[in-house]
Design a protein around this ligand. Sequence first.
Ligand SMILES: [Zn+2]
Length: 123
Amino acid sequence: MKTFIIKIDINSIKKNSDAGMDTFAVLGRKTIGSDGSSSRHIQIVRSLIPIPDYSFEYLDCIVECSLCSEHFSYKELLDGDYECDEDTNICPKCKKSNCCVLTFETLDQKTGLIIPLRILNSN
Ligand SMILES: [Zn+2]
């Protein structure tokens, strides 16, 4: 099966000014007191994933289905049932799952540099 490397768009890498923030305030319901004054309850919400130091986007990549040999963007690949890991990377043409292997580049969140991939050559 062919492995395709999905590269990070170097021009899309940007440092987040609010990195590390994992809490934010949400305005709650407004309550009206008996004297007519109103106050708002403020709720502090903790996000599950703190904002990373750097954000980025991936470049598009044309992949090839190992079963029907069709070419298409990796973004066109379909996902199956999330409870079944094997039912992923479904070919949009022949609808077979695991039609290719994708390897995504990752970013070092400390330095903002792309981590070099160790190329796994299966063939
Ligand atoms: Zn296919």
